[in-house]
Design a protein around this ligand. Structure first.
Ligand code: HEC
Length: 103
């Protein structure tokens, strides 16, 4: 029961923070994947440790799926339509290489 309340509170926080909409963030042309992650993503995806960005479900453990996720967003995650091309590639590469896949 306590756990459920916590999940609800955290979800409410995300909603209050205005998630679910889009973000206008555009990465600088020479930004590394790590820099983009720190600037655009770590606000919600707090890195687990210095070399562990996040925990991925198996269904998003590919570069294509990660790019799709941050470009389209979801109910609770904003879409980052301006992270495209090389920058999207570097970011997805960084996330994939620095995440743990949940089995
Ligand atoms: C405003 C908060 C917020 C920001 C900013 C955000 N995310 Fe998310 N993200 C979420 C939430 C909440 C979820 C879990 C719900 C879902 O999967 O849609 C999520 C899920 C994900 C997932 C799927 C994880 C899984 O295992 O299913 C990936 C990949 C991801 N985010 C990548 C990113 C990247 C890359 C960025 C930066 C460009 C980013 N997120 C920015 C809130 C955010």
């Amino acid at each position: 029961m306590k756990k459920l309340t916590l999940v609800a509170a955290v979800s409410a926080l995300f909603i209050l923070a205005g998630c679910g909409g889009g973000r206008d963030y555009s990465p600088p042309a020479d930004a590394s994947g790590e820099q983009i992650f720190t600037t655009a993503c770590s606000e919600c995806h707090k890195p687990l440790s210095a070399d562990k960005a996040m925990i991925l479900s198996e269904s998003v453990a590919s570069k294509e799926a990660i790019v799709k996720k941050f470009q389209s967003g979801s109910m609770r995650m904003p879409a980052f339509k301006n992270i495209q091309g090389d920058a999207a590639d570097r970011l997805a590469d960084y996330v994939l290489k620095n995440s743990e896949v949940k089995k």
